[in-house]
Write a protein that binds this ligand. Structure first.
Ligand code: BGC
Length: 278
């Protein structure tokens, strides 16, 4: 199944939501990536998108003002599509987000550092916004509705995209902002070496790329011994090319929500915060 979308690029839709769940008020999930901003309407009780997943290019340079302007357009589009007031809006950021403050921004403009993103986005989008790290958002979606649902022990989600993101769970509880995409291996930061963008930029064939991912995950396994590793991110659509080839002690599974996990997770977080604060 593929979502056709306009004006954005088509992205394959995540699996259909389970039957028999009550529909929740619609939420919006906005996932700022290093290359594209992906967005969709989300049903937070089903943990799925309800409309097409669309994408627009991340502005370059990706300054706070430029990104807010892009998000304004995106949100206007989603509000028109929803035809009802949105219950909550969440935004995923590709960097450390500590109580709303951006503490790293490898794939955004440096002027994000120290910015109170929650305040900036709440003012810029004229409504309460939940802000969190993009990989943590993807992990929350997979833990709630996808490949890590109900999984005890140590669960590690790794997103392979423009950068490498991580979400770490212990018995279902997120340890936020782990940034395990920035461990060093052979004297280099793996973020630019084993991310999906490195495969494309360097024109790597699959065996060479799989070897990098294998070495990276073996290193992580040595550090934290996860019980389950969920692989997601931009490379989600090509899981079958590499997941079966990986050899680790932990079980390794693809993200069920695929590349929409970050969108769903930001909306989930926003919905939970709005319910908790109601
Ligand atoms: C950032 C992470 C982010 C990941 C995926 C990394 O470069 O440091 O915060 O989760 O990219 O976007």
């Amino acid at each position: 199944m593929t979502c056709t979308s306009s004006p954005g690029v088509a992205i394959p839709a995540p699996p259909a939501a389970p039957e028999g769940h009550r529909s929740a008020p619609l939420c919006a999930g906005l996932d700022i990536g290093g290359t594209a901003i992906k967005y969709a309407l989300v049903d937070p009780l089903r943990g799925s998108t309800t409309g097409p997943v669309r994408r627009v290019p991340t502005p370059s340079p990706a300054t706070p003002a430029a990104v807010v302007a892009a998000l304004q357009g995106v949100l206007t589009e989603l509000e028109a599509e929803a035809e009802e007031p949105l219950a909550a809006v969440g935004v995923g950021v590709p960097g450390i987000v500590d109580d709303g403050i951006v503490r790293s921004a490898v794939h955004l403009d440096d002027s994000w550092l120290g910015v109170d993103a929650r305040r900036l986005l709440t003012e810029g989008l004229d409504r309460s916004i939940a802000v969190l790290n993009d990989a943590d958002a993807a992990g929350l979606a997979e833990a709630g509705f996808g490949a890590a649902r109900g999984e005890p022990g140590t669960v590690l989600m790794i997103t392979l995209g423009t950068g490498i993101g991580s979400a770490l769970f212990l018995d279902g509880t997120l340890v936020p902002n782990t940034e395990l995409g920035h461990v060093w291996l052979d004297g280099r930061d793996v973020d630019g070496w084993a991310g999906a963008s490195a495969r494309i930029a360097e024109g790597l064939d699959w065996p060479t790329y799989i070897d990098r991912v294998q070495r990276y995950l073996t290193h992580l396994e040595m550090l934290i011994s996860p019980d389950l590793i969920v692989l997601g991110g931009g490379i989600s659509e090509r899981q079958e090319e590499f997941v079966p080839h990986l050899r680790l002690r932990a079980r390794v599974v693809p993200a069920q929500l695929r590349n929409a996990a970050g969108i769903v997770g930001t909306a989930l977080q926003a919905y939970r915060a709005s319910v908790a604060g109601a």
